[in-house]
Design a protein around this ligand. Structure first.
Ligand code: COA
Length: 461
């Protein structure tokens, strides 16, 4: 005959008055032996109290928020099998163990004992609490816990969820690292997993990374660290420009699959020309910069490879090809990065381009650029050549599809077929949106650009 039995909180490692944060079953539910009944959460760990035997829940003695200790009655269960109930009807001093998970990583897991005794639960707990865990978790066969380094397996990330939720997620094939927790302290609930699955089904999973999808990245919350604990600090708010450009850069970095193609341009002849022209125009106060030549050469490359002068639409399915050539250039200002745009570069000579870039750069530094002077760009150039460096990875300025990074030119020995000759080499780093541009096209574009800079007469062709 079925027997009504108490399910009590087992040995939970000496914790007292631990709040119930989740009731996993309802009256009338059939439960299997070892199935989680409730989840307790101390400030150090999440613990699941398993059913000591299979049966039907007749009465729940606890609710969310109750504080429980070892021996507290959780539920009255009508045992499915009187024999099992009888064997599970142990004194309160030796009830079924809890499943314990720490909120931190790394994790300690037990070796599955060869002959796993009744109600032995798995244990996961922070290494810092390993000794405590070893005591808290009845190991049955007496095998010691085996440490595994969660940090090594999942660098920087271990999802915070109860064992029942982990099991649920495993059954559905859900990677908990992709799920954001909405419960207290960012803990992932069963509903969070369900919502994640619903969302994935509605949006087609990976398609959420498409342009219009908003990302759906479900990233972990930003780490909150009390730095003052480690030393003196001061708070400095980001400038308005940095806040705006930061948000754009973060979106572009997260949503655009970036690849950067590096190449070198031999600008020995071009630099000679630039120096000669500057000398000729010294009295007129005209200064030709390398940037002006690079802009002009970039437009010639954009004309040859029109996909680089395009934007992807929000559906991620169509390109808008532009028949105009407005080139943005990153300008470093005391308040942060801005990108003024020189319009119709294809119709201007390098002297005009140089004049315009220097005017726009001055306006940028003085904080006097208007929105119209920063809009309409087709392709951007970020030149750090005046500062230094040999290569870098610029971030594509969406909705553009490519950006050229320029580093500092340097004289290098180049083999001319007979001997090494000193040549002035300009490093180019082209980052591009790989959804729009293939690697081969990017290599061709960059090589062509290098060829143009090697002999600017080719721009006329
Ligand atoms: N290699 C070697 N020297 C270079 C060079 C290069 N690629 N590019 C410029 N220089 C030299 C210039 O010839 C100049 O030398 P000079 O004073 O002897 O004539 C010096 O470096 C300073 O040039 P700069 O003032 O940088 O002029 P520019 O026309 O090359 O660049 C800006 C103008 C606006 C792009 C530049 O001032 C700027 O703000 N750069 C930073 C861009 C940035 O922050 N990018 C990062 C985005 S993530």
């Amino acid at each position: 005959m079925a027997e009504l039995k108490e399910a009590r909180v087992p040995d939970i490692g000496g914790y007292d008055d631990v709040p119930v944060i989740e009731v996993l079953v309802a009256v009338g539910d059939s439960v299997a032996k070892d199935q989680g009944l409730i989840t307790l959460e101390s400030d150090k760990a999440t613990m699941e109290v398993p059913a000591p035997f299979a049966g039907v829940i007749k009465e729940l003695k606890v609710k969310v928020g109750d504080a429980l200790s070892e021996g507290s009655v959780v539920a009255m269960i009508e045992a499915a099998d009187a024999g099992a109930a009888a064997s599970a009807d142990k004194p309160a001093s030796a009830p079924a163990p809890a499943v314990i998970e720490s909120k931190d990583d790394p994790i300690v897991e037990p070796v599955a004992p060869a002959a796993k005794p009744d109600n032995i639960a798995e244990v996961s707990i922070a290494a810092s609490q390993a000794a405590q865990a070893a005591e808290a978790a009845p190991m049955g066969a007496g095998l010691p816990p085996v440490r595994f380094d969660a940090e090594a397996l999942l660098p920087g990330k271990v999802p915070y969820a109860s064992p029942a939720v982990r099991l649920f997620a495993r059954e559905l094939g859900v990677d908990l690292l992709q799920v954001s927790g909405s419960a207290r302290g960012g803990r992932i609930s069963k509903e969070d997993v369900q919502n994640h699955v619903k969302h994935a089904l509605q949006t087609g999973g990976a398609a959420t990374a498409a342009v219009g999808g908003g990302g759906g990245l479900n990233l972990l919350p930003w780490p909150k660290v009390d730095f003052a604990k480690f030393g003196e600090t001061e708070t400095k708010p980001l400038s308005k420009i940095k806040k705006i450009s930061g948000a754009n850069l973060a979106r572009n970095w997260a949503m655009i699959p970036h690849v950067t193609q590096h190449d070198d341009a031999d600008i020995t002849g071009l630099e000679e020309l630039r120096v000669a022209l500057n000398k000729e125009n010294e009295k007129a106060g005209i200064k030709l910069t390398m940037l002006a030549f690079i802009m002009k050469a970039s437009v010639a490359a954009l004309q040859k490879f029109p996909d680089f002068n395009s934007s992807l639409d929000a559906s991620g399915e169509n390109l808008t090809l532009k028949k105009y050539f407005h080139i943005g250039f990153a300008a470093d200002t005391p308040n942060g990065l801005v990108v003024p745009v020189v319009r119709d570069v294809d119709r201007k000579g390098v002297i005009d381009i140089a004049h315009e870039t220097s005017e726009l750069a001055k306006k940028a530094r003085d904080g006097k650029l208007g929105p119209a002077e920063m809009s309409g760009g087709c392709f951007s150039i970020s030149s750090l050549g005046g500062i230094g460096g040999t290569a870098f990875t610029p971030i594509v300025n969406a909705p553009e599809v490519a950006i050229l990074g320029v580093s500092k030119s340097a004289t290098k020995p180049v083999w001319d077929g007979k001997q090494f000759a000193p040549r002035l080499i300009l490093p180019l780093s082209l980052s591009y949106d790989h959804r729009v541009i293939d690697g081969a096209a990017a290599a061709r574009f960059t090589a062509y650009l290098a060829q143009l800079l090697g002999d600017m007469r080719r721009v006329l062709l």
